[in-house]
Design a binder for this molecule. Sequence first.
Ligand code: PHE
Length: 453
Amino acid sequence: MTFKKTQKREHWASKFGFVLAATGSAVGLGNMWRFPYKAGEFGGGAFVLVYLAAVIAMGIPVLIAEFIIGRSTQKNPVGAFRALRNNKFWPLVGWLGVLTGFVILSYYCVVGGWILKYIFSSLTSAFETGTAGGRFESFLASPSEMVLWHGIFMGFTIFIVRGGISSGIEKWNKILMPAFIILLLILMVNSLFSPGAEKGINFLLRPDFSKLTREGVLEALGSAFFSLSLGMGAMLTYGSYLDKDTNISVSALEIAFLDTFCAIIAGLMIFPIVFTYNVDPRIGPGMLFITLPEVFASMPAGQLIGITFFVLVAFAAITSAISLLEVVVSFVMDEFGWTRKKADYLLGFVIFLAGIPSALSFNIWSGFTAWGGKNIFDILDSLASNFMLPIGGFFIAIFAGWILTHGEKEAEIKKVENAFHFYDIWHILIRYVTPVALLIVLLYTTGALSFFK
Ligand code: PHE
């Protein structure tokens, strides 16, 4: 399949396919890996509450804004802002988004690689109780293995994006997402019968505000943005493949609900295990990779369930990684007239190279730290999810709330879907609540950065 410069824009084959693909973008390592370990670090329930507030006050409004900008222009983030307001400033917000996508994908694929490695090694040897921590550490210590698996994960991502929108991204999401959600629920029920269930549920759902630091507030906001794939134009890009008769607001609510649901379920699956096996909830990025193998080791048919589980987490991660790569790919396709094939292969490879320092930051480059002891991987993650995404989200909110006219926005949402004054409520949120909340959190937390270790 080759494309000419004048290629027609592709579209989703169905509304259901779009919602699944956007949910696939949203549900990923952010839910399965980042949310639980951050919640563990920053006090459980209080973190979850701030996270939920961020989803409602900032996440959903920005999600709708991105869909409006994407669908109305049918373009990549840079082209979309330029099509709406062609001046010096607004296209830069698109550029920031493409850059953010690049950065996130580079380290995202490293974690994706950890999952593939887990699948592979559990095919060859069963999980054994008490060994998970050591196993994870010895894997992190090997630079060649880390880079190898990181590359393989990127290879899968490139393969799917190569297929295009409906016959690549949509097709794969329709298979992978439903399977993922069913298995997640089964594993959660299993966890809820473990001895640590009560402590785990309490930790996750009972807020203890004394544990919530300023950094925790910033992390909760960043996690909400990260988890919903917001602030960098991924949802904008997916929205640009929408046709006019999809109801944007209903889709946004469905996607936000499914994403938050999966994050909470992931927490309910993981924390009972954390407390059953007396793992410190502040364990950090290794949480998913240390706690779950423990439970698989002690479960009947644990090896089979463990493999299936990690396969599905890999699927969730890939359905997110493809949306990150798609942002960069659609940008060069639209703006420079590259074919999908060229954009996909070349950029995929460059991003793979850019991810190598993150892979090495757990072993040979672990001595390189900055910003209060963070390694390269952590620095990129903090920079992208705690600053670049909220800053991008802030400008998207200002653009949708203050720059676009009612006419431009109403053409996308009001006429068909203003039940319960949906448009009016959204408009108040995106105009006042979202940008003010984002600004306060950004100022508050950056001002406080010097107090952190
Ligand atoms: N939302 C994805 C996750 O939770 C990550 C992501 C962020 C994807 C930004 C696209 C854009 O894993």
